[in-house]
Design a protein around this ligand. Structure first.
Ligand code: IDP
Ligand code: MG
Length: 139
């Protein structure tokens, strides 16, 4: 395990609600350092590529529409066991199942508009970080 990096995205619903700062605070308060950060508008093609693993799922079309509906904030989080720590801080995919005090319990609108993305493995974290950030943007 040790020090890892993982990708977090503040999704369009949370950006629109004005809770970027509150979400960033959850990470920093729990010992995850912001190693990279950018606000970006994803195109349909961007989201199709980023979420390619979900392309056979029934909700894929809606997911692409939602994730390209407004700007997002992508972050590289760094810290001890960052991949799992971020998943714990985020909470379950469906906010109805998210533990109290998690980001999704506190800020998500629905199973789709669920405030944040987080990489699910070290391998995917590396790919997802490379999707958004160049080396010189990670400090
Ligand atoms: P995760 O974000 O907790 O890793 P995934 O299963 O990887 O969850 O799904 C990716 C994203 O797709 C979710 O965060 C959510 O925005 C959306 N999603 C997942 N399941 C559903 C569903 O059943 N209906 C609508 N959207 C969904
Ligand atoms: Mg996932």
């Amino acid at each position: 395990m040790g020090i890892e990096q993982t990708l977090s995205i503040v999704k369009p619903d949370a950006v629109a609600k004005g809770v970027i700062g509150k979400i960033v605070d959850r990470f920093e308060s729990r010992g995850l350092r912001i190693a990279g950060m950018k606000k970006i508008q994803l195109s349909t093609a961007d989201v199709e590529a980023f979420y390619a693993v979900h392309k056979e799922r029934g909700f894929f079309k809606d997911l692409v529409k939602y994730m390209s509906s407004g700007p997002v904030v992508a972050m590289v989080l760094e810290g001890e066991n960052a991949v799992i720590e971020n998943r714990i801080i985020m909470g379950a995919t469906d906010p109805k199942n998210a533990v109290a005090g998690t980001i999704r319990a506190d800020f998500a609108e629905s199973i789709e508009a669920n405030a944040v993305h987080g990489s699910d493995s070290d391998e995917n974290a590396k790919k997802e970080i490379a999707f958004f950030f160049s080396k010189r943007e990670i400090l």
